[in-house]
Ligand binder design. Structure first.
Ligand SMILES: Nc1nc2c(ncn2[C@@H]2O[C@H](COP(=O)(O)OP(=O)(O)OP(=O)(O)O)[C@@H](O)[C@H]2O)c(=O)[nH]1
Ligand SMILES: [Mg+2]
Length: 418
């Protein structure tokens, strides 16, 4: 198998590229392994399975609470919908309108990751606006960070709010929304001199200058259109948040991003790839316990769970495909026609995983693993090593296939009819 060299070098590059390296949270601890093994050795399969699943899920269950604030009408609710991959008229979407709509902090959970919540906060900037009082009233301490949205130049109330957030030891980012309107107006009125990059630079510099003048030393400003989230500074914003979030929140942030562009898909693939170490180590720990058949059962459990996660994270489940089809005006069958992995429409269950495991190199390894695990000590150690390889190899294959499928589906959805 030549997968190991390429994959390992790629992963080492990830690890060396600064912030995104595998850290202690992403590794499985010796303690966790011991706990699972001891439960297995006691014959307590129930406890071992529970512990195993808990360990698998821990990383995806980190809580992320993001507060969206700014003046009324700047696009807060529209952003809350767009960042969750939702339209404004879908069930569960935040109401948006041309008149003031959001009066109470309202939580909107991510449709796939209920531990990720976007808080649509009431508009700021009423005549007697007092930032510190506003923050108390919205219970500022529960948020991981704030996004302050402005649709024109940043006003004194935005600056006051940013300072108050900083004073409370919280992070904030500025979003300048509706840049599509600025570009449209410019294109209509100043056709001859129209230059998108130049206009965006003018808007960006102006925002930064205003914030500077207001006393914000190093403002981070991102230009967006909430109606077309993938454009302008969205990827820059994503990169910044990814870097600045604590490691245990980074993973859930990345996998909860809407599948709107190829760079997002690639980021997800990289984030999910880092966790393969963890699942493979678990598989290895289980295989070292000399109970015949147990390792295969646990591998199946790990693979089912992980494959379902991949499919959901990349938007290849039925519901997501249907949503994408509606949004792009295409038929679901048209989107599905570009899927290549065998996991497209079928339910991911034990039968499917066993079928895949017994196919190709994975299958051969599973048979050896089973044979070895009947021989105590030396056998169980070898079985452990083999199981690590099997799980590692299978998960890499699934992940790449799913990511490639997601890219093909996205390209199909964005295709304009000729
Ligand atoms: N062109 C354009 N329109 C936008 C954008 N973001 C929001 N809108 C529109 O602006 C209007 C106000 O958007 P909302 O999302 O309701 O604004 P809000 O900040 O939640 O307003 P309140 O709830 O009243 O505080 C709606 O008509 C949106 O469709 C954007 O980036 N570009
Ligand atoms: Mg609103």
């Amino acid at each position: 198998m030549d997968f190991s060299y390429n994959v390992l070098t790629e992963e080492m590059q990830d690890t060396n590229s600064g912030h995104s390296g595998t850290d202690s949270f992403e590794k499985i601890t010796d303690e966790e392994i011991k706990e699972i093994q001891s439960a297995l050795e006691d014959g307590d399969l129930c406890r071992a399975t529970e512990r195993l699943i808990k360990s698998l899920e821990e990383i995806e269950n980190a809580l992320l609470n993001i507060a969206i604030t700014g003046e009324s009408g700047t696009g807060k609710s529209t952003f809350v919908n767009a960042i969750r991959g939702m339209g404004d008229e879908e069930e569960g979407s935040a109401p948006t309108d041309v008149v003031e709509t959001t009066k109470e902090p309202t939580p909107y959970t991510h449709p796939k990751y209920p531990n990720v919540t976007f808080w649509d906060l009431p508009g700021i900037g009423t005549p007697n606006f007092a930032a510190a009082h506003y923050l108390q009233s919205v219970q500022f301490s529960q948020y991981d960070f704030f996004i302050i949205i402005s649709s024109e130049r940043f006003k004194q109330c935005d600056i006051d709010l940013a300072k108050a957030i900083k004073a409370m030891d919280k992070k904030f980012y500025f979003v300048r929304s509706k840049v599509d309107n600025d570009l449209d107006a410019s294109q209509k009125r100043r056709k001859k001199t129209y230059n998108e990059e130049k206009i965006l630079k003018v808007i960006r510099d102006n925002c930064i200058e205003n914030l500077h003048d207001g006393g914000i030393t190093e403002p981070q400003v991102f230009l967006l259109s909430c109606l077309d989230l993938d454009k302008y500074d969205f990827h820059k914003m994503e990169d910044t948040l990814e870097k600045e979030l604590p490691s245990h929140k980074r993973h859930i942030f990345l996998i909860s991003l809407p599948n709107i562009s190829l760079p997002v898909l690639e980021k997800k693939r990289k984030a999910l790839r880092k966790n393969i170490w963890k699942w493979s180590t678990l598989s290895c720990a289980v295989a070292a316990v000399p109970i015949p058949g147990l390792s295969v059962a646990c591998d199946v459990l790990i693979l089912i769970k992980t494959m379902r996660n991949y499919r959901s994270a990349f938007g290849l489940d039925e519901q997501s495909l249907k949503k994408l089809a509606d949004k792009s005006g295409k038929d679901v069958s048209e989107l599905k026609s570009v899927l290549k992995s065998p996991l497209d429409i079928k339910e991911i269950n034990k039968e499917l995983v066993i079928k895949l495991l017994t196919k190709g190199a994975g299958g051969a390894l599973m048979v050896i693993e089973y044979a070895f695990s009947n021989i105590p000590i030396v056998g169980s150690m070898a079985a452990g090593a083999i199981s690590f390889g099997t799980t590692y190899w299978m998960l890499h294959g699934f992940l790449n296939e799913t990511a490639e499928d997601a890219a093909r589906v996205l390209k199909k959805a964005l295709e304009t009819p000729v």
